[in-house]
Design a protein around this ligand. Structure first.
Ligand SMILES: [Zn+2]
Length: 115
């Protein structure tokens, strides 16, 4: 079964990042640390950036936070915007942080056991 054209176009406008890749600072909330503009919430992909009017908007999936697009990023001015409420987004982001900062939770395989 082939993927319909409109869905394929949607998928191509998405990128996957690690939380560490998008953290710019170390504020009290992760949303503030990423510098998301929380004045805007777009359930669906915005047609243009509310800051610079650019139409090059990307969906951003944060690994370990949420399966699917969690944030929007303007490719021109690099602003981030919310897809969900600030509270929900912060909760998703926190779960990604737990994932990457608790290596003892991972099932560790010593290099000598690799095939
Ligand atoms: Zn912009």
């Amino acid at each position: 079964m082939s993927i319909p054209k409109d869905i394929r176009a949607e998928l191509s406008k998405c990128k996957m990042v690690m939380l560490d890749d998008i953290l710019l600072s170390n504020k009290s909330t992760l949303i503030d640390s990423i510098s998301v503009d929380s004045n805007f919430v777009f359930i669906k992909q915005p047609t243009k950036c509310p800051h610079c009017q650019s139409k090059d908007i990307l969906g951003v999936e944060v690994m370990g936070a949420y399966t699917g697009r969690l944030l929007w990023e303007c490719e021109d001015c690099e602003s981030y915007f919310l897809r969900f409420t600030k509270k929900a987004t912060e909760k998703y982001l926190q779960s990604a942080r737990d994932l990457w900062t608790n290596p003892e939770d991972w099932s560790y395989v010593p290099p000598s056991k690799f095939n």
